[in-house]
Design a protein around this ligand. Structure first.
Ligand SMILES: *Cc1c(COP(=O)(O)O)cnc(C)c1O
Length: 398
């Protein structure tokens, strides 16, 4: 088996595409004007920023004036949630509804607010990794300021019933925010049609560079300014615009919104081949609903195996994957997402996430399946706990 390099961690980050890089290059070289300067070099930069804003708006069905550029998904989530909380607190609404398995940039923002007099209700998810809109409905109170539910989960890829949740928020007059960082470019999004009030997205998950993102804020919602200073981003988010990154994000969103259904169909069939191949390994389970999941997400637990050890063996073979999410790797806590769908701490520690895109080749897939199957066997053969488990298994069956 010849060693290959296979990147299967696109949910952690993606490579900057050639299309994005080419769009950015002029603004990293000759077109270096400050978008606030009034001579031509500056005006051209300003124009490029506004063109990118139009592209971003179009990709999610918003108006350009509803798009605010930020430094990424984490900042967008912070701004939306803190902003809505501050705005509604003035009206005596100090309750927030979110889910137990949000990204940490949502959960930790909610914790911050709960230390400052806000109340937070964490809606549970079922064992398939799906949120029941009824659960959200029950959690909404008279004093609820905001519901924040992610569009698609970053670890298990499950796609949430966003339309239903948005509709019931609107009915109750509660703001609805969604962290769509994993969904943008993978599912069709139309914020106006879907009744979404605020939406976070990030560039580096869709082939733009790291450190750029956007927050969509529905027209009519006036969130407090997030960064105070100059008049950039209509005074809401001060600081000289990162013109090359913004241009890159515009190009990335334009590309991401092209042929979503076709790309997803190709990716999903490759994903299914990997899932089926990995589930042939004994004592494995798929985490998250099989149907309602992102086309590129694979999350599998390997009983009796330490996911981190398996990840490192794959790394030696040139395969990049994730155990749990990148944000929690390096810490020893089991993934809060996997725990939330009912996995034991051991099962959570035994999980591997692969996130692929449509360009993964059949050879890559065969290689992945072969390396993981062999590595799993090797790790299990060296594990006394696994031997014991297998022995018990046999006696139980006799
Ligand atoms: C990656 C990610 C974020 C954070 O985005 P950054 O741009 O890295 O700050 C937030 N939410 C989800 C679901 C993510 O996957």
């Amino acid at each position: 088996m010849e060693k290959r390099f296979v990147y299967a961690d696109n949910a952690a980050t993606t490579a900057v595409s050639e299309e994005v890089l080419n769009a950015m290059l002029p603004y990293l070289t000759t077109e270096y004007g400050n978008a606030s300067s009034i001579y031509k070099l500056g005006r051209d930069a300003q124009k490029a920023v506004e063109t990118a804003r139009e592209k971003a708006a179009k990709a999610i069905g918003a108006e350009p004036r509803e798009i605010f550029f930020t430094s990424g998904g984490s900042e967008s989530n912070n701004w939306a949630i803190k902003g809505a909380a501050e705005l509604m607190a003035e009206k005596g609404k100090k309750h927030i509804v979110t889910s137990v398995f949000e990204h940490h940039s949502v959960l930790h923002t909610c914790e911050y607010l709960s230390d400052r007099g806000f109340e937070v209700t964490y809606v549970p998810v079922n064992d398939k990794g799906l949120i029941d809109p009824e659960g959200v409905k029950k959690a909404i109170r008279e004093d609820t300021a905001l519901v924040a539910v992610m569009y698609a989960n970053n670890e298990i890829g499950t796609i949430q019933p966003i339309d239903e949740i948005a509709a019931l928020c609107r009915e109750r007059g509660v703001f609805f925010h969604t962290d769509a960082v994993q969904a943008v470019g993978h599912v069709d999004i139309d914020v106006h049609r879907q009744g979404i009030d605020m939406l976070s997205l990030s560039g580096h998950k869709i082939h733009a560079q790291k450190g750029i993102g956007a927050l969509y804020i529905r027209r009519g919602i006036v969130l407090p300014n997030f960064i105070h200073g100059g008049g950039q981003e209509r005074g809401k988010r001060a600081g000289t615009e990162n013109v090359p990154a913004i241009v890159g994000l515009g190009a990335a969103l334009e590309a991401a919104a092209r042929n979503i259904a076709e790309k997803a169909a190709v990716t999903a069939s490759k994903r299914d081949r990997i899932i089926d191949g990995l589930l042939k390994i004994p004592h494995t389970r798929l985490n998250g609903d099989r149907e309602r999941r992102l086309a590129g997400n694979i999350n599998i637990s390997f009983e009796g195996i330490d996911g981190e050890a398996l990840l490192l063996m794959l790394d030696l073979n040139g395969i990049c994957v994730s155990s749990g999410s990148a944000c929690t790797s390096g810490s020893n806590d089991p993934s809060h997402v996997l725990m939330s769908i009912g996995l034991s701490s051991e099962a959570a520690h035994s999980a591997l996430r692969l996130s692929i895109e449509e360009d993964i080749t059949d050879e890559d897939i065969s290689y992945i399946l072969e390396v993981i199957t062999k590595s799993a066997e090797k790790l299990r053969s060296k594990s006394p706990a696994w031997e014991r488990m297998m022995k018990n298994d046999k006696t139980n069956r006799q």
